[in-house]
Design a protein around this ligand. Structure first.
Ligand code: PAF
Length: 296
């Protein structure tokens, strides 16, 4: 198949390399002007990808948007002029809150969402490290997207395990819960994910998980504080050496996805009248760090 991957951060690059290794043609779209981009796994030969070529975008069989949640709208505007109605568009990012915009902008295309718990780290601007095997779940957002279950097999062949999920909204909530638990804490304390297994974090993780489970239950998602906690600890274990995406954003003084992760949780909680003091404290701490950046 011909893929265009929009966004060449840790996850976009991971999928680009894996799809290419599986024999697909992969074209990358970035905010920069280059027509060729180099990407490689740590210590492996670099791979050269065609980049930013409107003809390749037009010829794509599938577009995977791997930009941060707050860049999704701009990314869709960029692909719109070259989008054929039968091209599936897959959103793949941390957090929730972008699907309404995506549905409005690409209402005639199959629209899907994929959520992944693989750990991937940019070691330099061209080199990535696959720091943890996770799983990917993909499912349709609109009726056309719900017919594209073949994509789960294609993605699974490239980077297993990947499965089709009829209830992708639930999977997004479960992933949101993990991101609410891991990302802000690992960013504030500048620790790798595995450090969250240390005894000193357990009390805080327990309280966070209870708040998150309560919001999820009210959203119709069956879970419990224990379930959220255990799933989080499993991911922290599987990606122990990884620095979470928010950890890297704060480290490099970039905007983080907090508004689409903990921010989304808090907004939904407020709608239901649920208090989330522990999560709100983490939200504020990340916002404070972002506003303290020296951008002069
Ligand atoms: O945001 C991240 O870094 C990832 O979603 C995860 C799964 C927490 C692994 O680091």
């Amino acid at each position: 198949m011909h893929f265009t991957i929009v966004g060449t951060g840790a996850i976009g690059s991971l999928w680009g390399l894996k799809l290419r290794q599986a024999g697909h043609q992969v074209h990358l779209l970035t905010r920069h002007q280059e027509v060729t981009l180099e990407r490689g796994f740590e210590k492996a030969q670099p791979v050269y990808f065609a980049a930013n070529q409107p003809d390749l975008l037009k010829d794509s069989d599938c577009i995977v948007i791997c930009v941060k949640a707050f860049h999704v709208e701009a990314a869709i505007h960029r692909i719109l002029p070259n989008l054929h109605p039968d091209m599936p568009v897959v959103l793949m990012h941390n957090g929730m809150g972008t699907t309404d915009t995506a549905l409005r902008l690409v209402s005639n295309n199959p629209l899907l969402f994929a959520t992944t718990s693989h750990g991937s780290l940019m070691l330099s601007s061209t080199e990535i490290k696959h720091t943890g095997i996770g799983e990917t779940r993909v499912g349709g957002i609109n009726a056309l997207g719900k017919r594209c279950d073949f994509l789960a097999d294609v993605l699974d062949h490239a980077l297993s395990p990947c499965c089709w999920d009829e209830h992708i909204q639930q999977a997004l909530w479960h992933k949101l819960a993990i991101n609410c638990m891991i990302n802000p804490l690992s960013a504030i304390d500048q620790i790798p994910n595995g450090d969250l297994l240390l005894p000193r974090y357990q009390e805080q993780l327990l309280l966070l998980s209870k708040e998150i489970a309560q919001v999820m239950n009210t959203e119709g998602i069956a879970t419990s504080g224990d379930d959220v906690l255990h799933k989080t600890l499993d991911v922290a274990q599987a990606t122990a050496s990884n620095y979470s995406s928010m950890n890297r954003d704060i480290f490099h003084q970039r905007r983080s996805e907090i508004d689409f992760i903990t921010g989304y949780l808090i907004k939904r909680a407020a709608l239901h009248g649920i208090a989330t003091p522990k999560n709100t404290a983490l939200y504020k701490a990340i916002k404070n760090l972002e506003s303290s950046y020296d951008n002069t």
